[in-house]
Design a protein around this ligand. Sequence first.
Ligand SMILES: [Zn+2]
Length: 175
Amino acid sequence: MFQFIKGDLSNKDGALMMQGERFILVPVGFISYLQKGIENIAGPDGTYVMMTEAAQMSGRDVSQTVLALAQGLPFEQQVQLFLRMNSAIGWGKYEVEELTMEPFKLVVKHINSYVGDVYEGKADGPRCFLSVGTKDLYESLLKAAGRDIKLKVTETLCVAKGDKHCQLTFEEDAL
Ligand SMILES: [Zn+2]
């Protein structure tokens, strides 16, 4: 996968491009301390709203790229492609622990989250708000597959609160 990503990177006038998406390589602390800094001002709930919103808006764009790459593939392989892209650019390692389509449920194990170092296992709850925000991407993939549903996300395990790894559950939201 890394070769695939590497072979596909281009840098034009300082804009790093991969599959039509622009990426900026930053130290992980840039993102984790940004989130921690926001939390110091806005508290966990305010930070949740801001970080998930940013991830959701970005996810809507990325889903189009994933769809273009994974056109015609079964849903699970589209998910795997997205997770492999994330791993290739350093967001950690992912494992699909459960995937059912009817009703929809996706459980993803996540190793090496970006929040690991900054919270040191002492947070009072999960903190992978950027991961939570990927729900829009999954909704977009589902919509393209003919399932126009809303998802709710629960981060059941998180290194920020002392768990060994993170675990996110995306489920069909009954509303
Ligand atoms: Zn986490």
